[in-house]
Design a protein around this ligand. Structure first.
Ligand SMILES: NC(=O)c1ccc[n+]([C@@H]2O[C@H](COP(=O)([O-])OP(=O)(O)OC[C@H]3O[C@@H](n4cnc5c(N)ncnc54)[C@H](O)[C@@H]3O)[C@@H](O)[C@H]2O)c1
Length: 265
């Protein structure tokens, strides 16, 4: 496969060894980096062709593009790539909480005959949630639980004395749209759960600082016409970089593998 990547950070770099381990190393790799970052991109992904304009990425004609760059890159590049007919895996799904961008990307995909592929990312259970949508969804609640220090730099700091917490504290309860806007670091998960199921207004989000845990814990509870389920995921930090969401690396890799192999699962 000729794989195109937007971004060359933790997720993009983590992907390549996973694909190789699974016997699906890309035959050709083209990376879109920001202008001026060519050398850093080349050092991060040796062997890749580095381009700095989305037009050059499109001209290289990759079979599939994976965005691993951030919400700004989705807004800047996704519609053009889709309009050119190139299927794109979008890691920064939170960008699609912006209804105008969501609609523009969808329209570009329709025009180009391409698909926008939204991976489960840091969470899971997205398969059954999306499958059950036609059966009617009565409620979806996503609960994000992190150690207090992991909420530093978010509005939680103004609501709680994070360093002094002795018990868990629910500091946000609202819609997925509100969560995506107020807590951008959680926007990807909130938007993924919402877009798979009940939408950004009807999906409830609770955010918790919990001094009793040391990893990030995601819980999704769903009541639908055909089934009820609850899924709880405890993500393991990468041994090399604790900020890297390992589940997201594997989830994006799965979407690529499902498009490189005879069996997709
Ligand atoms: N879906 C999920 O659950 C989930 C989980 C974690 C991260 N993410 C998303 O994945 C993104 C990447 O994560 P990461 O850990 O690899 O981040 P990172 O900061 O390590 O890497 C981001 C890379 O993108 C590049 N970049 C930024 N803006 C760009 C642009 N406009 N054009 C081209 N390149 C650009 C940066 O130079 C860098 O190489 C995050 O920003 C986040 O939005 C999603």
């Amino acid at each position: 496969m000729h794989l195109g990547l937007i971004g060359y950070g933790n997720i993009a770099r983590g992907l390549i060894p996973v694909l190789a381990q699974e016997g699906a190393a890309p035959a050709r790799l083209t990376v879109l980096a920001q202008p001026g970052r060519e050398a850093a991109a080349q050092a991060a992904l040796p062997g890749a062709e580095v381009v700095t304009e989305v037009a050059a990425l499109i001209a290289a004609a990759p079979d599939l593009v994976a965005e691993c760059a951030g919400q700004g890159a989705v807004a800047a590049h996704l519609p053009a790539v889709l309009a050119a007919g190139i299927d794109t895996v979008v890691a920064s799904i939170g960008a699609l909480a912006d209804a105008a961008l969501h609609d523009a990307a969808t329209e570009a995909a329709r025009r180009g005959g391409a698909r926008m592929i939204l991976p489960a990312g840091a969470v899971g259970g997205i398969d059954i949630l999306a499958a059950l949508r036609p059966s009617g969804i009565a409620s979806v609640t996503y609960t994000g639980r992190k150690p207090p220090r992991a909420w530093a730099g978010t509005p939680a700091e103004g609501l709680l004395d994070l360093a002094a917490l002795t018990d868990e504290a629910v500091f946000f309860s609202g819609t997925a749209r509100e969560a995506a806007l107020q807590y951008p670091k959680n926007a990807n998960v909130a938007a993924t759960v919402a877009l798979a199921g009940a939408g950004l207004e009807a999906t409830r989000v609770r955010l918790i600082a919990d001094p009793a845990i040391s990893a990030n814990v995601h819980e999704i509870a769903v009541q639908a016409g055909a089934a009820e389920f609850t899924i709880r995921i405890t993500g393991h930090p990468s041994p090399d970089n604790p900020k890297t969401s390992l589940t997201t690396v594997y989830s994006v890799a799965r979407e690529i593998l499902n498009r490189s192999r005879e069996v997709a699962i």
